[in-house]
Write a protein that binds this ligand. Structure first.
Ligand SMILES: [Fe+2]
Length: 115
């Protein structure tokens, strides 16, 4: 994949061993930690390779889905906020947790984890 802007579709990265640094810097990192009956979902963009966080190039939002249901959305400002969010939710085993992020220059990127 080139560094050209991606203008449509969601880039779902499933194998980080088979992608470029450009793809790694846009792929959401998803961590899930059990907290009693609930889970803490942490989503970070730039975990694998740092993504720019400048006024003209930044992650402007992150969304979380459980299977196909929207669960949470975080709108981010450049420079002041790191693209790293965390939320405690209740999910059933087997749920597919999908994180989707939007880079203002390079479009939509997603990653999935199954509980
Ligand atoms: Fe980007």
């Amino acid at each position: 994949m080139s560094d050209a802007p991606i203008l449509s579709g969601v880039n779902l990265v499933t194998d980080l061993d088979q992608v470029t640094d450009f793809e790694r810097k846009h792929t959401p990192y998803v961590a899930i930690d059990a907290i009693g009956e609930k889970v803490r979902v942490t989503i970070e963009v730039g975990h694998y390779v740092a993504h720019p966080n400048q006024a003209d190039h930044f992650i402007d939002w992150i969304e979380l889905y459980a299977d196909d249901a929207p669960i949470a959305r975080f709108d981010l400002s450049p420079v002041a906020t790191d693209p790293a969010v965390s939320i405690v939710i209740t999910l059933d085993a087997g749920t597919v947790v999908r994180a989707v992020q939007h880079c203002n220059l390079h479009g939509l990127w997603a990653a999935e984890v199954t509980l």
